[in-house]
Each structure stands twice: as C-alpha cells, then as structure tokens.
Design a protein around this ligand. Structure first.
Ligand code: OOB
Length: 533
C-alpha cells in the first residue's frame, strides 16, 4: 500500500501539483492583484495587500504566543474576514487549522480535540444568538491539550484574538514548509457522532481551487458569494474562497444561509457566482417568487451540490435565478465532479458532471469490488491528486475506507453514463431493503415530485419488525394534504412497483437540516420511528 501511495504521489507531484504552499500563494496573489479587493465583509473591503499584511501579523502573533509548525488549532468562526486572515496566518507558520462549522457543539468538538490534541481554540463571542464562550468553557473541562482560547469580540476570561496580531515592519523568519505538507484538517460530514478529520495538504488544496475555478470559467472579474459556512470544503475551496483568490477575484462574505441575506447581497455586490445546497436553493426560489424586486442579473453561475438535486428542481433553478446551473458532486475527502458551463441542459439537469482532473481515477464497483459496466449503478470509489489516502489518526477505519491500491470508498451510489458524466443517486446505505426488495429513495422522491401538489419530498427506510425496513415518505406540511392512499394510488398510476410504495406518510413543518444545511435524513428516521402511521 505504502509503495503504491509513494508511486502515485510522485506522479501527482510531477504532473499536477503546484510547488507552492497556501501561504506562498497569498504572497503571489498580493504581488499580482495587490490593490484589488480580495474580501468584502459587511460594509468593509480588504485588498489583497491588506490580507497579506494581516495574515503576516497573525503569523507573527502565533509565533510570539509560542505556537509552532505542526500545532493544531480549532478554528470555529462564521463567514468573516478574520477567518481568512487568521487561516492564512496559520498556513504561513505551518499551524494546522481544524475547520469547525459554527453549528458544531460540545459533543463533536470534544471528540475533535481528543482526536487532534489541538492546543488552541479560536471563536467569536456570539453568533446568531449563541454564546461560544459558554461552549469553550464546557470543552475546556474535558480537553487536556487545550491551552488557550482566543475570542473575537468580548473575550471575558479568555484571551482576545488581538493578542495574536503583531504588526511588525521588520521581516521575520517563518518555518520552511514543503508544498506537500499538511495544511488543514476538514471535518467529515455525517449527521450524528464525531466528525472525522480530513488531512488536506497545501498543494492539493490549491490544485482543487484552481481546477474548479477553471471549470467555472472564473477570472479576476468574478465575485463569489460565500453563502455556505466558509469552513466547509464547498465554499472554502471548490472554487470558493481559494479558487476565487487564485484568479484575483473578490469574495463576499454572507453571514447566514438565509435567502433574505443571500438575494439582497447578490444585487448589492453584483455577485457573479455562488454555491448552495439544494435546500437553500429551494428557499431562495421561494423568496424570489414572493419578492421579485431584487435585480440578480449579475449572477452567471449557480453551483448546486451537497445532496441529490432532482431534475425538475434543477430546471426550475435555472429559470428562477436566470443563470447557468452547475451541478457539483464533492466530498471533503477529495474528489470533485461538476458539469461544465457549456454542457447541454439535459446533462446539467440530470448529472453531476465529470471529475475536475484528468488524473482522477473514478470507478463504479459492485459489492465484490468488481467494476460495473457503464450505465450500471454501484459504489463510487476514487483515487487522484487531491483525494486522501486515509483520515487523520484513524488507522482502523482507514483499513475499511481505503482499498489496498489506494482507492477511497465514498459510500455513494452512482453510475457513469456513456458521455462520461456521473450520476449520483444517494448513499449506498440509503438503499431501503423492504422484505428483500431494494428501493432507491431518490427514485421515489423524483416520482413524488411529479404530483402537481407535491413540491418537496423525502423518503427514508425505517426499521420494521415484519418487513426488515418499511418505506416512509415525508412531505412538507404547507404543500399538500394528500393521504397515504392517494399517494400510493398516484405512484402506482405512474408505474411504480407495489413493493416501492410508501408504507407510511408523515408531514413536517420544515426539513431538519445538518450543520451545513443538507436535509438530515437521520433525523427524519428518528421522527418516523417515533410515529406509527
Ligand atoms: C460536500 O462535501 P461533504 O464532504 O460535506 O459531503 C459529501 C457527501 C457525498 O459523499 C455525497 O453523499 C453527498 O455529500 N453529495 C452529493 C452531492 N454532493 C455531495 N450527493 C448528491 N449529489 C451531489 N451533487 O457536500 C461537497 C463538497 C464540495 C463540493 C460540493 C459538495
């Protein structure tokens, strides 16, 4: 295994990777785009030169506070300029930020501290009414590695983040960092339990930013709205913050994931590109349908990814937003596939596109790990220049997660089409096994949407004494009041096999969401398990 990895890494290094760290990339950007605006946060703008200066000041501050290359620091901030300046300060020293989302709480964070032995924790005092100092107190009790807590805003008994910012005219010496070294730790998705830490290196993260920006045809005129939490791989690097800065564009920070901030900001800042998860796009469309007074015609590309997008909603998105849709399938562990801007509508509405690198090796395999023929569904496995060979500090899990020849098992059910595009149908484990018959939730969900009174639907499998699993369909309460029987009749009229018809129907006021805004199917299962239809 080690031999294969070494061989592959040599290939990637000679054929794909840039010989630069993220810290060096910032020097380069400041040189090329110096006085252009890099970041807009509320009513403040920051040039590339200012960003470099601030990142240097943070780098100096970290060193002065006794932090050194290789240290891990949990960074938990909302979308703001300081996030960028602090993260780049860390990249310059070789300190590794752990990218926690604002929605993470004590259980997840304690696990993250234990796994990483992180030595510091950077937070803001409050965000969306939540007091992160309370959270810090709770974590401090159990995390022996944690030395300092730095706060933006009212720091109470903790240190102010200002302690980390040391302005100095004199040049200072930074540690040597190789472009292949660890740059950051992303957190794995998942809706319960402790996130796993995903080691991403300087060079591979720069590479993803560059390649996704290329697929989105970004230039120095591009204005990217960071609407999803910036610590997530999608807005951070696909192309997100890194990809935009790498071409000299501008990144606008959106404080929340709410349409009443997103839509006005697109108008105000003349945003040209943003990335949303499907649930957010649907909420934005409702907002636009309710209030169409905003001019969002500057928007040229809307990336949608993170969970399955049905073709009907995909088409609607293009019409309502009046821009080009790009479907993007990505994993924080690496692989990014996306449609191209000149793909035909048919492809954009139905597929998640092609890998961003020619060196990505994607295979669809059956349960015996044999390759499935083009057109057939199986598990998507991948290796390539920016996909990890294992999680941080989890050797046992890695044995399961990565094949002997270095392929990362995504757990996603997908197929490859004749035209080279991939279609992702959901998680392998999402397959409902109802009395031995296998049902794909996405197939049922798509068919439910064909009913003119159903706008959104989710389907999950629920443990059942008799059937093994029963099928539960969820609809939004304000949409419809169809009965279970009516739904079943509709689906069978559409030609759906009897064993695929829902056994249970539940209405919810709104979808439970994960920390990054994806529909939380695990939570839906819990709801269904506590209800009997
Ligand atoms: C993105 O990354 P993660 O790590 O939060 O989640 C990855 C998982 C995938 O394994 C897949 O199950 C699902 O999210 N997913 C999609 C999808 N994009 C991600 N499922 C269906 N269709 C899609 N387009 O979610 C992520 C990272 C970078 C860019 C975009 C999304």
């Amino acid at each position: 295994m080690e031999k294969i990895i070494n061989y592959l890494e040599d290939q990637y290094n000679s054929k794909a990777w840039e010989k630069s760290t993220l810290g060096e990339a910032l020097d380069h950007w400041a040189k090329n785009y110096g006085d252009s605006i890099a970041i807009i946060d509320n009513d403040k703008s920051y040039t590339y030169k200012t960003l470099l200066k601030d990142a240097q000041a943070y780098a100096m501050g970290f060193l002065k506070q006794g932090y050194k290359k290789g240290d891990k620091i949990v960074l938990q901030l909302s979308n703001c300029y300081d996030f960028v300046a602090i993260a780049f300060g860390m990249f310059k020293v070789g300190i590794v930020p752990i990218m926690a989302l604002p929605a993470h709480r004590a259980i997840e964070l304690k696990g993250i501290f234990e796994l990483s032995q992180a030595v510091a924790y950077i937070i803001q005092d409050r965000y969306l009414g939540y007091d992160y100092r309370e959270l810090a107190r709770e974590i401090k009790k159990d995390s022996s590695s944690l030395k300092d807590i730095f706060v933006i805003g009212d720091n109470e008994e903790f240190k102010s983040v200002k302690n980390l910012k040391v302005k100095s005219e004199k040049p200072f010496i930074l540690p040597q960092i190789d472009h292949r070294e660890l740059a950051l730790l992303l957190l794995s998705g998942g809706t319960t339990g402790i996130p796993k830490l995903i080691p991403r290196r300087h060079t591979d993260y720069l590479y993803v930013g560059k390649m996704t920006a290329k697929r989105c045809q970004m230039t120095d005129k591009s204005i990217y709205l960071a609407a999803l939490p910036i610590a997530h791989n999608f807005p951070l690097g696909c192309p997100g913050l890194i990809g935009t800065l790498n071409v000299g564009g501008k990144v606008v920070m959106c404080q929340t994931t709410s349409p009443d901030e997103i839509i006005p900001l697109i108008e105000e800042q003349k945003v040209t590109i943003t990335g949303l998860v499907p649930a957010m796009a649907v909420m934005c469309m409702e907002f636009i349908n309710y209030d169409d007074s905003y001019d969002i015609s500057s928007l040229k590309v809307l990336q949608i990814g993170g969970s399955v997008l049905d073709s009907i909603t995909a088409e609607k998105i293009e019409n309502v937003f009046g821009c080009k849709l790009q479907q993007i399938f990505g994993i924080a562990e690496g692989l990014i596939c996306c449609t191209a801007l000149d793909d035909p509508d048919e492809t954009v509405y139905n597929c998640q596109g092609k890998p961003i690198s020619e060196m990505d090796e994607v295979i669809i395999v059956d349960e015996n790990e044999n390759e499935v023929e083009t057109g057939g569904y199986g598990e998507l496995i991948v290796r390539g220049p920016y996909t990890i060979f294992g999680y941080y500090n989890l050797p046992e899990i890695n044995k399961e997660q990565v094949s002997a020849n270095g392929y990362f098992r995504t757990g996603d059910k997908a197929r490859k089409l004749e035209n080279g595009n991939y279609q992702v149908a959901g998680r392998m484990k999402e397959l409902i096994n109802r009395a031995g018959e296998k049902i794909t939730p996405s197939e049922l969900e798509e068919t439910l949407l064909k009913h003119d009174r159903i706008r959104e639907a989710q389907v999950v499998g629920i443990r059942d004494k008799e059937l093994g699993e029963r099928i539960c369909a969820f609809l939004l309460k304000n949409n419809v009041t169809l009965s279970l029987d009516q739904v079943r009749v509709f689906l069978s009229q559409r030609g759906m096999a009897t064993f695929k018809l829902p056994d249970q129907l539940i209405y919810v006021e709104s979808w439970p969401l994960t920390s990054v805004g994806k529909i939380n199917k695990k939570q839906l299962k819990i709801i269904a398990e506590h209800k009997i239809s």
